[in-house]
Every structure is written in structure tokens, then in C-alpha cells.
Design a protein around this ligand. Structure first.
Ligand SMILES: CC(C)CCOP(=O)(O)OP(=O)(O)O
Ligand SMILES: [Mg+2]
Ligand SMILES: [Mg+2]
Ligand SMILES: [Mg+2]
Length: 147
């Protein structure tokens, strides 16, 4: 008989912001127990309560980079298992595409305890290593730029 261990893991939702400026996208190297020193898009937990995906994207981008979001739209959603981590977790990642309200605005590293700093990268020239949820969609041919 196969015994399936019913581990009471919870599934969390994170919003991931593909912030586009010209041909570039904003990435930062994470300082975190999850994906430490890998390059990630600005992202954060959808907070319990009344927050929409768009509101979460705008809040997390502001909290992490000081940038003000302009137009934003839903791109795709992925399921991400982190089962071989010290603390196993599972995240549904909601990928949003956004542009800046003011394209002249530059990012600041507001939370240096969580990020080494932000930089603009061409999609065909992304830094390595990428944070697993981003690596996975890149391998699947995902491209956040409007065709
Ligand atoms: C899977 C991942 C996007 C998890 C949540 O992202 P995060 O660690 O950047 O979360 P916070 O910005 O809310 O701390
Ligand atoms: Mg955050
Ligand atoms: Mg957060
Ligand atoms: Mg974050």
C-alpha cells in the first residue's frame, strides 16, 4: 500500500512584476532564505484581506524599489514547488506586466536586507542564476514584452 503523508503545507500567492522600460526589464539579486543570491523580478506576497493583484504589484514595487507603477496587466500564472528547501513551500506566482508612471524614474534599493540592488536587463541577456520561478518560465519560452 502507498502511504501518502498528508503534510499540512499551505499554498501561498505571490505577485511578480515584469517592469518594462524600452527593451529592458528590472531585476534584482535576492538576499533571502528563498532563492538567495539569484536574480528575481520585483515580487511579493499577496497580503490577506482586500488587496487586488494590481494593488499588490504596485505596493511591492514601491516597497522594494521606490518606483511608481503606471499601466499594469496580468500576463500568466505559474505553480512553483520549493519542496527541497529547509522549509518546504509552494507558491502560485501571478506574473504582471507593468510600465513606469514616469519612465525617467530610477529604482532605489529600499530593502537592502532583501536585495543586493536593482538593474535593467535585456530579455535576451538576462543575468544568471535566475530565481527558480523566473528560470522556469524562461525555459518555457515566456516573454513579457508586447509582441
Ligand atoms: C516565490 C516568490 C515570488 C515568493 C514571494 O516573494 P518575496 O520573497 O519577494 O516576498 P516579499 O517581497 O513579500 O517579502
Ligand atoms: Mg517585498
Ligand atoms: Mg511582501
Ligand atoms: Mg519581494
Amino acid at each position: 500500500t502507498v502511504v501518502v503523508a498528508e503534510t499540512a503545507g499551505s499554498i501561498k500567492v505571490a505577485v511578480v512584476v515584469c517592469l518594462l522600460r524600452g527593451q529592458n526589464v528590472l531585476l534584482g539579486r535576492r538576499r533571502s532564505s528563498l532563492g538567495d543570491s539569484t536574480f528575481s523580478l520585483p515580487s511579493g506576497h499577496l497580503e490577506f484581506g482586500s488587496e487586488s493583484f494590481e494593488e499588490c504589484a504596485a505596493r511591492e514595487l514601491k516597497e522594494e524599489t521606490g518606483l511608481d507603477i503606471g499601466k499594469i496587466e496580468l500576463l500568466t500564472v505559474t505553480n512553483n514547488l520549493f519542496l527541497d528547501e529547509a522549509k518546504p513551500s509552494q507558491y502560485v506566482a501571478v506574473f504582471m506586466r507593468a510600465v513606469l508612471a514616469d519612465p525617467r524614474q530610477e529604482p532605489q534599493n529600499i530593502e537592502p536586507e532583501f536585495c543586493d540592488g536593482w538593474g535593467w536587463y535585456e530579455w535576451d541577456n538576462l543575468p544568471k542564476p535566475l530565481f527558480w520561478p523566473l528560470e522556469k518560465v524562461v525555459q518555457d519560452g515566456f516573454n513579457p514584452f508586447p509582441t
